[in-house]
Design a protein around this ligand. Structure first.
Ligand SMILES: *[C@@H]1O[C@H](CO)[C@@H](O)[C@H](O)[C@H]1NC(C)=O
Length: 251
């Protein structure tokens, strides 16, 4: 393989890498869960912790069953045989009462974001039962309410429970630069600083050490002039499933 072809393949690899990274970044709409009841994206944070400091369990609602819900820690005393890690407990209203069921464990807490509807849910599971119990708590931001839980649906479909939590703590707080710079922002700043050093440093080096003038002062000018073609080839390369087009080798 001669040098030109080798360089072409390096360009392919580099551009494929950049494209893959871009795709990864755009698909990332998950939030980073910091505790079982708080989550943050690069720009927003939601934390239900203040709701947890009151009575334990914090919420009790009644429908076909009586449910107790504790957003951040395990319910004190557990739920039936489950002593720790209980987030949502379902108790029967029968007399004498049937044993209660855990319909969500704290350690299975997961935030689900619907970006289109701008809706955040906090979901729980109990995989130990059949059918698996799933509880979805719809988080609704209401500034004037400390915290209120209501039942949306029970056991519809079987094993699935839906609640709505209306609270001022269900409001997302925008992360501003002064409160904390996100990792993404820091990486971006480092990137631009490096680009700046590369351009200015490169130009100074080429001018004063190599005596370059005008466009020749552009660092790696050959690479940058080749870039548009390389981007095109790289894209083709990725979409063809990483099979190198061998036209260059034929030339
Ligand atoms: C959030 O919860 C509500 C009510 O439980 C449900 O209708 C909605 O589909 C859920 N959204 C997501 C993204 O899970």
């Amino acid at each position: 393989m001669d040098v030109i072809i080798f360089k072409r393949h390096c360009h392919y690899a580099l551009i494929a890498l950049v494209l893959i990274n871009c795709v990864n970044l755009s698909a990332q709409e998950e939030c980073l869960q910091t505790t079982s009841c708080s989550c943050e994206t690069g720009t927003e944070i939601l934390d239900l912790q203040p709701l947890s400091s009151g009575a334990n369990p914090r919420f009790t609602v009644t429908g076909n069953y009586v449910y107790t819900y504790e957003p951040c820690v395990g319910i004190t005393g557990g739920c039936g045989d489950e002593v720790t890690d209980v987030a949502v407990c379902q108790k029967s209203k029968q007399v004498p009462p049937a044993p209660p069921f855990v319909v969500g464990f704290q350690s299975k807490a997961k935030f689900i974001i619907d970006t289109e509807k701008n809706q955040w849910n906090l979901t729980y599971k109990n995989n130990k039962l059949t059918p698996v119990r799933t509880t979805r708590v719809m988080l609704t931001c209401v500034d004037s309410i400390e915290g209120e839980l209501r039942i949306i649906s029970e056991d519809k479909p079987e094993g699935e429970y839906m609640f709505e939590l209306r609270s001022k703590y269900a409001c997302r707080i925008l992360i501003t630069l002064s409160e904390g710079v996100s990792t993404g922002t820091i990486l971006l700043i480092i990137f631009f600083v490096l680009v700046f050093c590369y351009l200015v440093g490169g130009m100074l080096f080429l001018r004063f050490v190599k005596g370059a003038r005008g466009m020749e002062m552009m660092p790696n000018s050959e690479f940058w002039t080749d870039l548009p073609a390389a981007v095109r080839d790289g894209t083709v390369f990725v979409f063809k499933g990483f099979k190198a087009d061998n036209t260059y080798e034929k030339i």
